[in-house]
Design a binder for this molecule. Structure first.
Ligand code: NAD
Length: 427
C-alpha cells in the first residue's frame, strides 16, 4: 500500500521506516525542511535504536520525504497524522498543530480522485478525530466522509525501543467510523503477528490515554510507597519486587525514583484531567498522579541540602539528562526541575549524558556539559543520578575523582559500596 506520514518526529519517522520495512511505499511530510533533507539523506532526525539502519535500507527505494502535501496525498492511499499534540499553558491539549495538518490534508484531498483514508496517529483527546479532524478535512476538501475514510490508530511505542515496539506490538488499535476505512488501516499491519482491536475513533483515543495514565499511576503509586518506605527505613525495592509477583499487579513500572518525564505521560495525564474537568468530572486520582510526580525531583535536592547544607557555589555533578535511557529526548525530563532548583541555589552544575547533552544545551546554556561521567564528577561536592543509563550501573572507581563522594541515586542504579556515601531517593 502507498502511505504518507505527516510529521517526521519520533512517531512519524519510526512509523514511516517500519511501514517501509513491512513492504509499503512511504512518503514522509514535514514543514521542517531540515528534517526532510535529513531523511532523504538517510539520517534519522532523532536517535532511536535500529532506526538509522532501517532508514538507510529504504530511503530512495520505498521511502522518501517532501514538504509538499499535494505530492504526498496524490501518491498515497492512506495518510497518517503524526504531528505533536503538546499541552497548552493550562495543561490542556493544544490541537493547533493537528488542525493545521488536517487543513493541509483537506486542501490536498480537494483534487484527489481516488479513495483516501486519513488516520490520526497523534495522541488526541476523545472526540478529536470526529469533532475536530473530520470537519476540518470536510471543509478544506469540499468532500464528505464516505468520499474519503477516517480512522484513529494510536501509537504505543516506547521511546528508546520504538522500532522494536512497532515491529513487535502487544496491541494494535484501529478506531474507524466505517468498516472500509478500518479494514484498510488494519491491513497495513498484516505483516505483524498481532491481533488488531477494532473499535470506533473515540474509544481508540481513550484507550491511548488510559494506557498512559495507568502506567503513570503505577509510577506515582510506587514513588509514594517509596517515600513512605524511606521514612520507615524499608527498602521499597524489596517491597515492590514481592508485590509485583502478584499476577494481578505484575512486576513492571513499580520502580520508585525521580518520577516520569518524556513527551507523553505528563502531557497525556494532564490532557485527560483537562477533558474530565471540561465535562464536569473532577479526576482526583489523576491529579494526585501529577502532584506526586512533580514533588519527586525536589526531594532529590532536599536530600542534597540535608547532606551538604547551603548549596551556594557547590559543584554538583548531574549524571543523566534524557528523560529515560536509550534516547536523546529531554522533554519533561526530571533533570530539568532539578537543575533549575540547583541553579536557583547558586550551584555550579556539571552535567553528562551519553546522548542528550546537545538537546539540553537549548534549555540550559549556563551549566557545564561534559563528554564522560568521570569528567562531570571531577572535583564535585556531590553527584545526582537522574537517568537510568546502563553505563551508570558500573560506575565505581570514577567516583574517586570527586571532592566529596556523596552520590544521590534517583534511579536505583548503583550497588552501594564503601568508597562512596550512597543515598537512595526512596530506599
Ligand atoms: P514530534 O514533536 O517529535 O514530531 C512532530 C513533527 O511534526 C515534527 O517533526 C514537526 O516539524 C512536524 N510538524 C509540525 N507541524 C506540521 C505540519 N503542519 N505538517 C507536517 N508536519 C508538521 O512529536 P512525536 O513525539 O513524534 O509525537 C507525535 C504524536 O504522537 C503526539 O501526539 C504524541 O503524543 C504521540 N506519541 C508520541 C510518542 C513518543 O514516544 N514520542 C509515543 C506515542 C504517541
Amino acid at each position: 500500500m502507498r502511505i504518507s506520514v505527516i510529521g517526521t518526529g519520533y512517531v512519524g519517522t519510526v512509523s514511516a521506516s517500519c511501514f517501509a520495512e513491512l513492504g509499503h511505499n512511504v512518503i514522509c511530510v514535514d514543514i521542517d525542511s531540515t528534517k526532510i533533507d535529513q531523511i532523504n539523506a538517510g539520517i534519522p532526525p532523532i536517535y532511536e535504536e535500529g532506526l538509522s539502519e532501517l532508514l538507510n535500507k529504504h530511503v530512495g527505494k520505498g521511502l522518501s520525504a517532501t514538504s509538499e502535501y499535494d505530492f504526498a496525498v496524490n501518491n498515497s492511499d492512506v495518510s497518517f497524522i503524526c504531528v505533536g499534540t503538546p499541552s497548552d499553558s493550562d495543561g490542556n491539549i493544544d490541537l493547533s498543530i493537528v488542525r493545521a495538518a488536517s487543513a493541509s490534508l483537506g486542501n490536498a484531498l480537494k483534487t484527489k480522485k481516488n479513495y483516501h483514508v486519513v488516520v490520526v496517529k497523534s495522541t488526541v483527546i476523545p472526540e478529536t478525530t470526529e469533532k475536530v479532524v473530520l470537519p476540518i478535512i470536510e471543509e478544506h476538501s469540499g468532500k464528505r466522509t464516505g468520499d474519503f475514510g477516517i480512522a484513529m490508530n494510536p501509537e504505543f511505542l516506547r521511546e528508546g525501543k520504538a522500532v522494536y515496539d512497532f515491529m513487535n506490538p502487544d496491541k494494535i488499535v484501529v478506531g474507524s467510523l466505517d468498516k472500509k476505512s478500518g479494514d484498510i488501516v488494519a491491513s497495513l499491519y498484516s505483516g505483524l503477528d498481532c491481533e488488531v482491536t477494532r473499535t470506533n475513533p473515540r474509544t481508540a483515543e481513550m484507550i491511548k490515554y488510559v494506557n498512559n495514565s495507568f502506567l503513570a499511576t503505577k509510577i506515582s503509586f510506587s514513588n509514594e510507597v517509596g517515600n513512605i518506605c524511606k521514612k520507615l527505613g524499608i527498602d521499597t525495592y524489596d517491597v515492590m519486587s514481592a508485590v509485583g509477583k502478584d499476577f494481578r499487579i505484575g512486576p513492571h513500572f513499580l520502580n520508585a525514583g525521580a518520577g516520569f518525564g518524556g513527551s507523553c505521560f505528563p502531557k497525556d495525564v494532564k490532557a485527560l484531567i483537562g477533558k474530565a474537568n471540561e465535562i464536569g468530572y473532577e479526576p482526583v486520582l489523576l491529579k494526585s498522579v501529577i502532584d506526586v510526580n512533580e514533588k519527586q525531583p525536589s526531594m532529590m535536592v532536599k536530600l542534597l541540602k540535608n547532606k551538604l547544607g547551603n548549596l551556594n557555589k557547590k559543584k554538583i555533578a548531574i549524571l543523566g539528562l534524557a528523560f529515560k535511557n536509550d534516547t536523546d529526548d529531554i522533554r519533561e525530563s526530571r533533570s530539568i526541575p532539578v537543575i533549575k532548583e540547583l541553579l536557583d541555589n547558586g550551584v555550579r552544575v556539571c552535567a553528562y549524558d551519553p546522548m542528550a547533552n546537545d538537546n539540553m544545551k537549548r534549555v540550559f546554556k549556563n551549566i557545564e556539559y561534559h563528554n564522560s561521567a568521570i569528567d562531570a564528577l571531577r572535583g564535585a561536592d556531590a553527584c545526582l543520578i537522574m537517568t537510568e543509563w546502563d553505563e551508570f550501573k558500573t560506575l565505581g572507581k570514577e567516583f574517586a575523582v570527586m571532592e566529596n563522594r556523596v552520590v544521590i541515586d534517583g534511579r536505583h542504579m548503583l550497588v552501594p559500596h564503601d568508597d562512596i556515601e550512597y543515598i537512595g531517593l526512596c530506599w
